[in-house]
Structure formats: C-alpha cells, structure tokens
Design a protein around this ligand. Structure first.
Ligand code: PXL
Length: 285
C-alpha cells in the first residue's frame, strides 16, 4: 500500500550559524520523511542566544505573498508549524497564513518562541505575549516552555522544581486559551531530571516524559524537540509516544554535545541521532 508523503509548512527564521529554527527543523523533518516547505520570518547571521552580535533582516513583507502563491498553486499541508517570529506584526501574518491553509485535518502547531529561563530573547518584546496568546488560541497544539507559559497567562515566572499539580494547572489554563493540546517544555520535578508534560483537553489526559538533566543552556533544543514531536504525531504516534521520543532525542543531542566539549552556543549535535530516530519512528530500512 502506498501512503502519500506528509507535508508541513514551517514558519521560522533562518539563523545561518548556531543550529536553531529552520537549520534544525528542515533536516529533522526531511529525515523523518516529511516534505517540508519553508516560509522564513527573518534572516540572521546567528541565533540571539549568547554569541556577541548578530545581523538581522526582517522578511515580514515576503511571508504572505509566499503563502498566497502556494495557495494559488492549490497546495495544502498536513501541518503548519510556526516558531520564532521576527516582529509583533508577524503574529497577524501567521494568523492569516493559518486561515489560508485551514483544512479539515490540518494540524496547527504554534511554538510561541519568546523567552526562556525567565528572560525574553534579545529581539522579543513584552507586547508579543498578547499577540502570541491570540495566535495560540487558533492552534491545535501549542509548545511553550514554562517562561513562555507564564507570559501567555500574564503571570510571574517561577523557577522549579515544580510539583505535578502546578504543571497540570498550567496545562489546563493554557488549553483554556483555545488549543486542544498543550505541550509544556522545561518541566522538572526534581533536580536531576528535565522533560516535558502534555495535556489533551479533549480527553483530559496528561502525559509526562523525563530524561537526565544536563546543566547549561542549549540554544535550538526547543526547535529540535518540536520537530521530533511533530514528526512523531504525523507518523500516527500517540501524544505520550511523541513526548517520550522528543525528550529522548533532545537529551541525547545535548549529552553528545556536552561529552564532546563543544561550545553549547554552536548548537547541539542532533545529526548523529537521526538514524536511531528513523528506526524509532518505524521508518528506514
Ligand atoms: O530556538 C529559538 C530561537 C529561534 N530563532 C532565533 C533565536 C532563538 C533563541 O534564542 O535567537 C533567532
């Protein structure tokens, strides 16, 4: 039996160096057999996570014309996956792109990339939270870390360790913004583990997945996590399976990088994990 290839439209920036956003999303989704088309939101020399200086070219004016062209060509997508947006204005552009590609089974995955560890990213502004809240309301799945969850809910950020009740309460309230499923990253209940928690509001089910914790900050790992999660869901795996796979793949990428002694700001070694990922997705020879 022949299955049609899954198609994703990915709306993220291109950070030329440093392995985040499209430079990790594209290879991971492609390796997982997903045909991936891209709408770049901005072109940067590097990510904004710790390297001194970066160039920045805003691509807002190109985004809707690209999407409109695809729409005119009659293209459709199994999923639209948005992440780092270069400006407040781009939030409404992504919202319009979602309207263009809304289909019966189109999955809208919104990663409200704005902040981490209690701090906004360099190019993000506090008013983005309000717009992101609305965009999340149109999504099927949202993927905030705990800092972004606090911004979306208009609350103060608390550092962990967290208890399960607090995490479940955050998940339920985030689902109250509109998305059916919520995946929260950067969840830790004790000092030696780190992972993610999921909630499906349709069935009221929670899932948790953890890995050992590696100290430090690793840019790009949210995008790696999101791509593996999406690949797994498109492959028909359950939320629990997707969460476990994404946590494990991200952890292995971080641990490989730590043990090699690579500067974390240069990005993690996810490439070496791709063959194993394919077999865990039931793909490959
Ligand atoms: O991975 C999130 C991300 C994406 N794009 C850019 C970033 C970051 C996080 O720092 O700086 C440009």
């Amino acid at each position: 039996m022949l299955y049609p290839q899954k198609c994703v439209a990915a709306i993220h920036d291109i950070s030329g160096f440093g392995k985040c956003s499209l430079t990790v999303i594209l290879p991971i989704l492609s390796a997982a057999g997903v045909q991936t088309s891209v709408i770049p939101t901005a072109l940067l020399s590097t990510h904004t996570g710790g390297l001194p200086g970066y160039t920045y070219r805003d691509l807002t004016a190109d985004m809707l014309p690209i999407a409109q062209h695809w729409h005119d060509l009659g293209l459709s997508f199994d999923a639209v996956y948005s992440g780092y947006l270069g400006s407040f204005e781009q939030i409404s552009v992504v919202s319009q792109i979602m309207d263009l590609f809304r289909g019966k089974d189109t999955l809208f995955l919104v990663d409200p990339v704005m902040a981490d560890n209690g701090r906004l990213y360099a190019a993000c502004t506090p008013e983005m939270a309000q717009g992101m809240r609305q965009l999340c309301g149109k999504a099927d799945i949202i993927l905030p870390n705990i800092t972004e969850a606090s911004l979306l809910l208009g609350e103060e950020f608390y550092d962990g360790p967290y208890d399960r009740e607090y995490i479940q309460d955050l998940l339920r309230r985030l689902a109250g913004l509109g998305p059916r499923r919520v995946v929260l990253t950067g969840v830790w209940l004790s000092g030696d583990s780190l992972g993610a928690a999921g909630y499906d509001a349709a069935c009221g089910e929670y899932s948790f997945a953890f890995s050992p914790r590696v100290q430090g900050s690793f840019p790009g790992t949210g995008d790696i996590f999101g791509s593996v999660l999406l690949a797994s869901l498109l492959q028909g795996q359950t939320m629990e399976q997707a969460l476990c796979l994404a946590v494990d793949f991200t952890y292995r990428s971080i641990e490989r990088t730590r043990s090699a002694g690579t500067d974390p700001r240069y990005g993690v070694n996810f490439e070496a994990g791709l063959p194993r990922l394919l077999s865990e997705l039931g793909l490959g020879s």
